[in-house]
Write a protein that binds this ligand. Structure first.
Ligand SMILES: NC(=O)c1ccc[n+]([C@@H]2O[C@H](COP(=O)([O-])OP(=O)(O)OC[C@H]3O[C@@H](n4cnc5c(N)ncnc54)[C@H](OP(=O)(O)O)[C@@H]3O)[C@@H](O)[C@H]2O)c1
Length: 309
């Protein structure tokens, strides 16, 4: 990618896409401002024909936490499959210079050895609470490989860890854990509530990464990685859900109790990515977790039109 390259970032209005656009535009790269509805094959085809992107980041798709995965598995699976089915063939037909496809760490088996290595993919059953979404994401990774095998297409699969940051969706019920907890603790603080309930035992261990660091790593991978093996992108730093909740409580300034509802599912006991391959490309995560949470909370207050105090 160099000045003048035309770059199609799918999903550029939200968390990952907006961070990628900011990162690319900081180098004066030309991120296309328009994007098609990826559920419409003809619209995607016309888009490639009219806009001629050189590079593509497939960072759009519906996703959510455990609740969204349990209540809307068909919708999440169908939507993500449509993105794959329409964007990848169009990118190939139009001869893009490179495409990176973003999967999810849900693609690893439920009881995968930790930290999870790229070679562990397909080695066991998926976590049942998100298997429909995960199956769609695995299909995306396999589709990248298939296009490489059959057409030598320059498609690369990325497996991102849990991301958070500016641009996230702050819905109390249907968001990822960091943004949902920020929203719920901020609401509870403003309402003077004495506690909030958190799904599960608080013991599952998860890796979190600021979306700005992720975008930087993604651009690095676009430039320096070219293989049919997917690559993990993570921070290498993990926390239990209880530790995460305590950190968010500090940042938000919520003084009530954190009550863990152990009747609700935990999801996978531990999920941490092995980032050896990424480190071998000379990329390391420089961001500080607490500062990234503070930046996210500030962004949330600003976007919600409320004061942080
Ligand atoms: N967030 C994470 O921690 C994480 C981790 C791993 C993988 N991922 C994956 O990365 C992708 C993006 O995640 P995200 O967190 O950035 O999601 P997000 O904040 O919900 O953003 C989704 C983006 O996709 C766009 N989109 C949805 N339906 C579309 C359609 N039919 N046509 C075109 N664009 C459409 C949305 O545009 P509108 O706003 O206009 O609807 C939005 O820009 C998802 O596939 C997700 O599974 C996310």
């Amino acid at each position: 990618m160099k000045p003048g390259s035309r770059i199609y970032v799918t999903g550029r209005t939200k968390l990952i896409g907006s961070a990628l656009a900011r990162r690319l535009e900081s180098e004066d790269l030309d991120v296309l401002s328009r994007e098609p509805d990826y559920t419409n094959a003809a619209e995607v085809h016309d888009y490639f024909q009219n806009e001629s992107p050189d590079y593509v980041f497939v960072a759009a798709g519906k996703s959510g936490g455990i609740r969204a995965n349990q209540e809307r598995p068909a919708e999440l699976m169908r939507d993500n499959l449509q993105a794959i089915q329409h964007i990848l063939p169009a990118a190939h037909r139009h001869g893009v210079k490179k495409l990176v496809y973003l999967a999810s760490s849900c693609v690893y088996p439920r009881l995968c050895t930790q930290p999870m290595k790229e070679s562990d993919l397909w080695s066991g059953p998926l976590e049942p609470t998100n298997e429909s979404y995960a199956t769609a994401k695995l299909t995306g990774l396999q589709m990248c490989r298939a296009y490489r095998q059959q057409h030598d297409a320059p498609f690369v699969g990325i497996i991102p860890t849990n991301l958070f940051g500016p641009g996230d969706t702050f819905d109390a019920d249907n968001s990822h854990v960091v943004s949902a907890l920020i929203r719920r603790m901020d609401d509870a603080k403003r309402d003077g509530a004495d506690h909030i309930d958190i799904w599960g035992t608080g013991t599952p261990r998860r890796e979190f990464m600021s979306v700005n660091s992720f975008a930087d790593a993604c651009v690095h991978v676009m430039r320096h990685y070219d293989s049919d093996e997917p690559i993990n992108i993570g921070s290498g730093e993990s926390h239990t859900i209880a530790e995460l909740a305590e950190s968010i409580r500090d940042v938000v300034g919520f003084e009530g109790e954190l009550r863990f509802d152990t009747t609700k599912p935990d999801g996978m006991p531990e999920k941490v990515l092995d980032v050896t391959k990424l480190s071998a490309l000379d990329w390391t995560c420089a961001a500080d977790f607490k500062s990234a949470l503070e930046e996210t909370y500030t962004w949330y207050c600003h976007s919600a039109g409320v004061s942080a105090v």
